[in-house]
Design a protein around this ligand. Structure first.
Ligand code: ADP
Length: 372
């Protein structure tokens, strides 16, 4: 796997019971996955020769992030390296402009959008459509809300153009909530769909994921799953695909974003599904039969643990574990910095309010924002 973040750490963990030999390309030995994988190459994923040397002896190469340059992926594929998902699919997770155009052509409902060239063009986009506010996004390099701006007029629209990356303008969607439809597809074309989840963002960062999305009608849930399966098949995705969706106030679904790797909206599945997203990603990229995605509990809630002002989170384990023996803690071994995702907790049970409260309490206690 290329990339040493927490997704690689948890993918490696899922491969252990299957006896999978896992090799990692990581920026530094301190990265989350590099701390736990024995076969680590330290190097720069932006360098083709590093990638070539790394890929030697790998049956298949997969990714913890979407930032490996497409021309390098093409060169590796030309060398005969098996890359999953392949570059033609990955392009749509690398570039929001490419993704929007492809989905539009496939008839997939998306927010109204177009590439804009400067602040005056943003004003034109607003006039042509829904007016301000307009959402601006750099087409590449964004994550956790970085690279996304909500602008109220043209004078407010200069910042996104400073990076020198194309800028995508989108209508500001009046959504009632955000959902994610997670599916996994294998090279054979087998696919499985996880229950559709609700994802709650705070300051552009995922905070809580509820599986399944409370109160979602059977009809919308099936629509979301079908949409995700169709996108996976049309784009030729292999591995885990997260389709982030907006549920609009008038009951429609619009696609926001695609991720072709394990995703934060699927972390609940580690403790809440028969087969986790990580285990199914491993199976898919190795072209093994996929595992059952069905839930094991009525409700599973994933609550992200963000870094707070206290560098030592482990001191909080005593209280959290004693208070809630059913709590599942997943920490990434990352240095604690304020606002940084350093772990998550999963809780599950039959009473959603209780399951949410237990997750919230543990995340806040680990972060140090509450003390009892
Ligand atoms: P990132 O790649 O940083 O995750 P996203 O495109 O997913 O960026 O946007 C981050 C968040 O910004 C979304 O989760 C959503 O809350 C909000 N957002 C993005 N696009 C729109 C839009 N067109 N209308 C309203 N809110 C949006």
């Amino acid at each position: 796997m290329v990339g040493g973040g927490q997704l690689a750490r948890m993918t490696h963990e899922a491969g252990i019971p299957l006896g999978i030999r896992f090799k990692l390309l990581s920026d530094t030995p301190q990265d989350s996955a590099a701390q736990v994988v024995s076969d680590v190459v330290i190097g720069d994923y932006r360098d083709l020769e590093t990638l070539r040397a790394f890929a030697q002896g790998c049956d298949v190469v997969t990714f913890d992030h979407e930032h490996v340059p497409a021309e390098h992926l093409r060169a590796l594929e030309a060398d005969g390296v098996v890359i999953r998902p392949g570059v033609e699919a990955l392009l749509h997770a690398q570039d929001k402009g490419v993704m929007r155009e492809r989905l539009r052509a496939a008839g997939v409902p998306c927010p109204r959008h177009r590439i804009v060239t400067d602040p005056t063009d943003v004003a034109r986009f607003a006039e042509e459509g829904h007016g301000f506010p307009v959402v601006l996004k750099t087409v590449r390099g964004g994550y956790d809300g970085k690279g996304v701006w909500v602008v109220r007029d043209a004078a407010d629209a200069a910042d996104p153009f400073r990076a020198g990356v194309p800028v995508l303008a989108e209508e500001m969607v009046d959504f009632s909530r955000e959902l994610a439809a997670n599916v996994v597809r294998s090279p054979h074309g087998q696919a499985v769909a996880y229950p559709v989840v609700e994802s709650i963002q705070v300051d552009g960062v995922c905070d809580t994921v509820i599986a399944p999305a409370p109160g979602l009608s059977g009809e919308l849930s099936a629509q979301a799953q079908e949409l995700a399966l169709r996108i996976a098949s049309e784009l030729g995705v292999v591995g885990h695909l997260a389709v982030e969706l907006f549920e609009t106030r008038d009951g429609r679904l619009l696609v926001n974003e695609l991720a072709m790797r394990p995703h934060n909206s699927g972390h609940w599945s580690q403790d809440g599904a028969v087969t986790s997203q990580f285990a199914n990603h491993v199976r898919a990229v190795l072209d093994l039969p996929l595992g059952d995605p069905r839930p094991r509990a009525t409700w599973t809630v994933m609550t992200n643990v963000l870094g707070g002002d206290f560098p030592d989170m482990y001191g909080a384990y005593l209280h959290c574990m004693a208070r809630d023996p059913g709590l599942k803690i997943h920490m990434y071994g990352k240095d604690v910095k304020p606002g940084r995702k350093v772990g998550h907790v999963n809780t599950y049970g039959d009473d959603l309010a209780d399951v949410r409260e237990r997750g919230r309490h543990a995340a806040d206690y680990l972060r140090g924002t509450i003390t009892e």
